[in-house]
Structures are given as structure tokens and as C-alpha cells.
Design a protein around this ligand. Sequence first.
Ligand code: CAA
Length: 261
Amino acid sequence: METYNTLILDLDDRILTITLNRPQALNALNSEVLAELKAAFEYAYDSPEVGGVIITGSGEKAFAAGADIKEIAELNELNARKFAERGQELFATIEEFEKPVIAAVHGYALGGGCELAMACHIRVASAAARFGQPEVNLGLIPGYGGTQRLTRLIGKGRALELMMTADNIDANEAWRIGLVNHVADSQDEMMDQAVAIMRKILSKAPLAIGMVITSANAAESNKEDGYLVEANSFARCCGTQDFREGTAAFLEKRQPVFKGQ
Ligand code: CAA
């Protein structure tokens, strides 16, 4: 595993935990963080020892307080599109990643930080998490997919209110409106919950998990027919050894042993 300046990577029993590590800047996502996250996901993709990824933030104050405003302040109309597209591409890689990705959010998840959490497949928050898209305070709009993912996750009316008022909301409200899956009492319990969910997913057939992710993503695509993607994925599952093993284990009343084949 490479070493990184802005991330801490820890691989434990097939779970790769990626910790955003710029606590002095509330883990703001500068271009180095984005480049390193891209490299870390390439490593996670290539490495058979990695079954799934948990993303979290270092320190007690933030998951990530957004894109780095020092870098944003230098943007102009010519280079800002590239800036947004680069973040969008990385977050699409995370959303489409065929191994499970869970965001464990403690403290602020604002702007690009909220967008990163939304790109993950599942979100677990601590009670002290706060979510928001405060870009209009800077004369901006979300640029890493937030206008799209927030609208899909919580509905247009609520998303527009959050993005237009720049309000941030606490973890319980985020849970109530469907922005997070679970709220834990503390940062430690949040990590325990994220690991427990990941362990449960990793006990299932890995190829089927990847196809669940791909098929669910197709539900939001305007380029492909989600039902067709689902039917094709279902057929591909039936060609795997894990499908033979899963059905045989059920019929033989034993636990399946999946190999990802
Ligand atoms: N970029 C760069 N630095 C940041 C940052 C950011 N997004 N957020 C916080 N920091 C830095 C602060 O500048 C400060 O640094 P110094 O100690 O060197 O001054 C340090 O982190 C601690 O922050 P505060 O002193 O502000 O901490 P606080 O507890 O008083 O406030 C906060 C916390 C409410 C989160 C506040 O820091 C804040 O509002 N941050 C900005 C949030 C924001 O606007 N995010 C959206 C960014 S734009 C974006 O993300 C666009 C996109 O979609 C791609």
C-alpha cells in the first residue's frame, strides 16, 4: 500500500478504512486530497484483499468541511468547469464502485464533504454530524454532484431549501429525511456500526453485491434502461459459482462459502 500525505489508509480483515487527514483545515478537499482519493480507490479496485471501503474524517470536528475554499477562491470561468468535472468524475467512481463503500460521518459534512458522503453507497452518522450545502454563501453552487444526488436522495423541495438557505442540519434530521441510514450516539459507535454493516455485506456473494450496486445506479441513469441492466445482471449472477454455492447451501441447510467467482 502506498503512503499518502492527506489520507490514512488502514486495511483490516478486508475492510479498507480511508481517513481524510487534514484536521487543521477540517479535512477540506483540496486537489491533493482528490488525487490521493483517486489513487486509493484504484488500489482498492485492484487489490483482492480489499472487500469494501469505509471513508471517514480525522479529528473530532469534521468529516470534511467542503472543497478547499483557498483553491476555490482562485477559480475563474475558464478553469472552474474542469475543477467541477474532476470532482464529479471521482465521486462517480465511488458511486459506481463495485465493492461496497460506506461513509462514516462525524462532525461537519458540508459542501463537497456532504457530496462525498452522498456518493458513498451507505451513510452512518454520529449524533454530532452536521450536513449542508452552504455554497450560496460563497456565491457558488455545489459542484461535485450535490445538486443531483441531494435532489435524488431527499427530494427536490427539501434539497432546494437546503441549497438555497445554506442551512445545515443535524444527524437526526438527516436521518428523518433519508440523507443518512443510521445515527450512532458517539464517534466510536459510528465506526462500530459502519464496520458491522460492512461485515454483514462482506459475508454475501461479492459479485452479486457489485451487481446490486450497478443495477441500483441504473435506476437513476437516463442513459440505460434499469430493468434491462437488472435482468442482465440477474442472468450474469446465474453463471457464477457463488450462485451454485448459495442455492446448494440453502437446500442443504448449511452456511454458504462464497469465493467471488
Ligand atoms: N476550505 C478550506 N479551509 C477550511 C474550510 C474549507 N472548506 N473549512 C474550514 N476551513 C479551515 C478554516 O479556514 C480554519 O483554518 P485556520 O485555522 O487556518 O483559520 C480551520 O479550517 C477551522 O475552521 P473554523 O475556524 O472556521 O472553524 P469553526 O468551528 O469556527 O467553523 C465551519 C466550522 C462552520 C465548518 C466553518 O469552517 C465553515 O463554514 N467552513 C466552510 C464550509 C463551506 O462553505 N463549505 C463549502 C465549500 S465550497 C464547496 O464545497 C464547493 C463544491 O461543491 C465543490
